[in-house]
Design a protein around this ligand. Structure first.
Ligand code: ADP
Length: 189
């Protein structure tokens, strides 16, 4: 069972590379950002709550997002593996994921850290905002998200280093070159 955590700052290319991993390895993809945007689109209660946090560039409370992740994971019981995109984003979320997987007799196989310098992240996100109209891709919210990333999410690098699961990936270059590096890591698992 391949359980891959794809990690990186907003705009680092997690979604793009996840799609390629799904195509090559046949794993299921859980993107918490996509799950929340779908709820917002439906106009559900959860969507209303999520929108409040997302528009402010803040993370949803751990307990809420952990529940959501658990129910999505339950719905994927027969999959060959999972790529976790946008989760975990805090240490409590990483601990919850470890527990959920161990209850299923599994573990995280690898954490891929897509490393992109901050100026390039900002350029990419502004461009994405112009093209896709994603409401949180505006300069003010982008800056908040990057601060939240460095304060709350980047400590997970040390968490996964301590678990022996950390793998650095150069996130700058062509999408193909980045995917080649990812595939060479996965093929050695
Ligand atoms: P990004 O490109 O910023 O990484 P995502 O699509 O992964 O975007 O997530 C968008 C927003 O959804 C985040 O800024 C956050 O508000 C919320 N969100 C997504 N995943 C989580 C999570 N694991 N914990 C808390 N909030 C989350």
């Amino acid at each position: 069972m391949l359980n891959i955590v794809i990690f990186g700052a907003p705009g680092s290319g997690k979604g793009t590379q996840s799609a390629r991993i799904v195509e090559k390895y046949g794993v299921s993809h859980i993107s918490t950002g996509d799950v929340l945007r779908a709820e917002i689109k439906k106009g559900s209660e959860l969507g209303k709550v999520a929108k409040g946090y997302i528009d402010q560039g803040q993370l949803l409370p751990d307990a809420l997002i952990i529940d959501i992740l658990a129910s999505v994971l339950d719905s994927l019981k027969d999959s060959r593996g999972v790529i976790f995109d946008g989760f975990p984003r805090t240490i409590p979320q990483a601990e919850a994921l470890k527990k959920m997987l161990s209850e299923r007799g599994q573990d995280v196989s690898v954490m891929l850290d897509l490393d992109v310098p901050e100026d390039e992240l900002i350029d990419r996100l502004i461009k994405r905002g112009q093209e896709s109209g994603r409401a949180d891709d505006n300069l003010e919210t982008i800056k908040k998200r990057l601060t939240v990333y460095s304060e709350q999410t980047s400590p997970l690098k040390d968490f996964y280093k301590a678990e022996g699961k950390y793998q650095h990936i150069n996130g700058v270059g062509s999408m193909d070159a980045i995917f080649d590096e990812i595939a060479s890591v996965i093929s050695k698992l």
